[in-house]
Design a binder for this molecule. Structure first.
Ligand SMILES: NC(=O)c1ccc[n+]([C@@H]2O[C@H](COP(=O)([O-])OP(=O)(O)OC[C@H]3O[C@@H](n4cnc5c(N)ncnc54)[C@H](O)[C@@H]3O)[C@@H](O)[C@H]2O)c1
Length: 334
């Protein structure tokens, strides 16, 4: 597959699909062969914009089945969260590689099924955790692995944004994001999934137990989460998410015994812990997009930045956070 044309199908033709398709079409030797959406007009609109950019018009389908009959090399899934599992399994059963926008699935059992089927079929499944390619987080992970601030003792991870207001503006309460079953939760399953993944990936430590509280709308949709987490190696972590705040915050603080690393999605600072000033670290440009990474992995040119297997701990921790908040109990993950 190294230099050959990659034929990609798109499932779910909303906002995220448009962003990914634009990036896919910037890569060489890629053809979008079909667009599937439950709303045919959404699939038609995306197909029309692809035709304008690439000069080739993808076929349009009302469901994934028709798209799979085209025998694409890979399918990229940009549908509501509850549908990720069934569509990924159908694609894998049809012998097709898969890219899934986050979250991998709405529960850990389904995530395991996807990983096992992909392994059995020797197919690749990528998950859209693009923060793993952010230079600030790549560098934080590298420094933590090298014990740059001494043994890690505590991590704080926080995300705050007007998430609820944005969803209300976007689709009103008819949007699938307001249906906790279809979305697999509220803020935690949506933007929060990136922070949960960043916490686990940068530290390289799975979660062992969690206690959480959440504020929810009457429908059950979580809009605020606070969780205390024990990570492997006796590292304590807190996760704080607010979807009813102004501004836009995405940050992690890693407290080692000899200093602190502060990372956002765009910057990295190190407090050497010896009284000298906090230093901002010069960072390179992001090397590639998740889309370019997926195509390169399909061509055998490198590993996936986040495979389904790599995303398992994130799904498990998010599920445990929601269960702890619902039951008022500490939830063990092992
Ligand atoms: N990585 C990120 O930062 C990021 C940002 C935005 C969205 N996303 C993710 O992308 C995915 C899609 O989100 P979105 O914002 O594009 O939502 P959206 O509502 O704009 O698009 C979803 C599309 O799926 C379609 N759909 C519904 N049921 C379907 C079915 N059975 N088969 C095919 N299509 C179906 C809808 O008609 C809609 O066009 C979600 O997983 C979301 O979390 C990720």
């Amino acid at each position: 597959m190294a230099n050959s044309l990659l034929r990609i199908g798109i499932a779910g033709c909303g906002q995220a699909a448009r962003i990914h398709v634009e990036r896919l079409l910037k890569e060489p030797d890629v053809k979008i062969v079909g667009c599937a959406d439950a709303l045919r007009e959404s699939a038609q609109a995306l197909a029309a914009s692809i035709a304008e950019t690439s000069g080739e018009s993808p076929a349009v389908f009302g469901d994934l089945r028709g798209l799979l009959d085209q025998r694409p090399d890979a399918v990229a899934i940009f549908t509501p969260h509850l549908l990720h599992y069934r569509q990924a399994m159908d694609a894998l059963q049809a012998g097709v590689h898969v890219f899934i926008e986050k979250p991998l699935s709405t529960n850990a059992q389904e995530a395991d099924d996807v990983v096992n089927l992909a392994r059995g079929r020797k197919l690749k499944v990528a998950v859209g955790h693009q923060y793993r390619l952010r230079p600030s987080l790549v560098e934080a992970r590298k420094r933590l692995a090298a014990d740059a601030v001494g043994p890690l003792r505590l991590v704080t991870a926080a995300l705050a944004q007007p998430w609820l207001a944005r969803q209300q503006e976007r689709g009103g309460e008819s949007s699938w994001r307001f249906d906790p079953k279809m979305a697999g939760g509220g803020l935690l399953a949506d933007a929060g999934d990136h922070l949960v993944d960043a916490l686990l990936w940068t530290t390289g430590r799975p979660a062992l137990e969690v206690f959480a509280v959440q504020s929810r709308l009457p429908s059950g949709l979580d809009v605020v989460t606070a969780a205390a987490i024990r990570l492997e190696g006796d590292v304590a972590a807190t996760l704080a998410l607010s979807g009813v705040s102004r501004g836009s915050l995405f940050e992690l603080n890693f407290f080692g015994e000899r200093g602190r690393i502060h990372a956002t999605d765009a910057l990295l600072e190190v407090d050497p812990g010896d009284g000298s000033p906090v230093r901002r670290v010069d960072l390179p440009e992001a090397a590639e997009s998740v889309d370019a990474n997926f195509l390169a992995a399909l061509r055998g040119l490198g590993p996936l930045s986040c495979s389904a297997e790599d995303a398992l701990d994130t799904v498990r921790l998010s599920e445990a956070v929601a269960r702890s908040a619902a039951t008022g109990q500490v939830v063990p993950l092992i």
